[in-house]
Design a protein around this ligand. Structure first.
Ligand code: NAP
Length: 375
């Protein structure tokens, strides 16, 4: 029997890629929920989704408006769903606590309440993040976090709150939590169409706005492509895949140390004549206290580029001092043919794209125009 699958945040970066894969790899019928302030925004989002999913897919796709911060946002959706992929969220690291709670934690509980009213549901997949585990260090198992944990920012905290609510209040649901790594490129070619803290930090280093790098050179970074992540998401939606927490991320031995990432990045930067002319030194690593002092010291500088650069790195800098080993053996068991992570070659390819396009200002050689504006 054909399954009906709801995807929230379906027009977001990963939501859309998940939809495209579900259309290509399954015969599921899809309900795509999007946030839209009015009819014009809904019509715009519908036509973009139609364009991006291909005309032949239309008969399998229904688009519904839903602001998940409102009461009963999915009341208009038929409850004969087999699966829900909850991708909607506010994902910026500098988000305020109240917004993070409303959009990321409360809204997840609201979608779970709707899920509980779907009698045929066999999977509720919540997209979370590796950093929901906060400032813990060492071995991290694929289990829901227990006990008190500190977080580097409200985004991380809100994702952990959402995970806990699922585990504690919705134990009766067939839930899975996919903790995702940092996505640095669309695929292994290094093409970038969504900019995040990783890309913005590299931009500041390239333009000389960051002369000290907060972090320990040995801290492993878990970097992935959207292609790997969307494939994994689709795998975790399949009814034969068991529920629970998954680290949808490279294995610990595929994670790349921060120091090696920095060396790779500067090897690419130094191929660019304009960068070489600036005669910038490679940044030294500094401790968290020194970095916090610098961020404080620049507060009086208001909107200067250097102050803005430091403030934008500050919300996640603490994680650069908190090395973790994310066990992903549950993921590997459920997805034995998962592709290997590309590690430093992916960093190099991504960095070359960023330098070549000047962070999306110039068209890429293959004609791709990034659809997001760097923060
Ligand atoms: N991309 C990554 O590197 C990454 C890494 C780890 C985890 N994740 C997780 O993966 C999921 C998808 O991330 P993404 O990169 O695809 O994010 P994204 O591109 O920012 O998309 C987020 C989507 O959520 C929607 N949304 C926001 N507020 C909403 C609300 N109140 N009601 C309904 N929809 C709302 C957005 O709609 P509008 O645009 O209209 O606001 C957008 O469609 C998120 O849960 C994120 O935490 C992503």
């Amino acid at each position: 029997m054909t399954r009906r699958v709801l995807v929230t945040g379906a027009d977001g970066y990963l939501g859309l890629r998940t939809v495209q894969r579900l259309l290509a790899e399954t015969d599921d019928r899809l309900v795509l929920s999007v946030r839209a302030a009015d009819r014009t925004e809904l019509a715009d989002k519908k036509s973009r989704l139609e364009r991006e999913t291909g005309t032949t897919a239309h008969r399998r796709v229904e688009v519904v408006p839903a602001d998940l911060t409102e009461d009963a946002p999915l009341a208009g959706v038929a409850t004969d769903l087999a699966c829900i992929v909850h991708a909607a969220a506010r994902t910026n690291f500098d988000i305020g606590r109240d917004t993070a709670r409303r959009v990321n934690a409360d809204a997840t509980a609201r979608v779970a309440e709707f899920a509980a009213a779907c009698p045929r549901l066999d999977r509720f997949l919540f997209l979370s993040t590796l950093v929901s585990v906060g400032c813990r260090t060492g071995d991290i198992a694929e289990t829901v976090t227990e006990g008190d944990v500190e977080h580097a920012n409200h985004y991380e905290w809100s994702k952990e709150q959402a995970e806990r609510r699922l585990a504690e209040r919705f134990a009766h649901l067939p839930w899975s939590i996919a903790r995702l790594s940092t996505i640095v490129a669309d695929d292994d070619t290094g093409r970038v169409t969504q900019y995040n803290a990783f890309h913005n930090t590299l931009k500041m280093l390239f333009y000389g706005l960051l002369s000290l790098m907060p972090g320990l050179p040995d801290t492993p970074l878990y970097l992935a492509t959207a292609e790997f992540t969307a494939r994994g998401i689709v795998r975790l939606t399949r009814p034969e895949t068991v529920g629970g927490v998954y680290h949808l991320a490279p294995s610990p031995d595929e994670a790349v140390p921060l120091g090696d990432v920095m060396n790779t990045v500067f090897d690419i930067f130094e191929r660019d004549p304009a960068f070489v002319r600036r005669r910038l030194l490679r940044p030294e690593f500094c401790d968290l206290g020194t970095f916090a002092f610098m961020v404080d010291a620049t507060r009086g500088l208001g909107a200067s580029p250097a102050a803005g650069a430091l403030r934008s790195v500050a919300p996640f800098s603490e994680q650069m001092f908190r090395p973790k080993r994310f066990d992903n053996s549950r993921l590997r068991a459920s997805w034995p043919d998962a592709p290997a992570a590309s590690g430093l070659p992916l960093v190099a390819a991504t960095c070359a794209t960023l330098v070549g396009t000047r962070w999306g200002r110039n068209p890429a050689p293959n004609g791709v125009t990034p659809d997001a504006v760097p923060q």
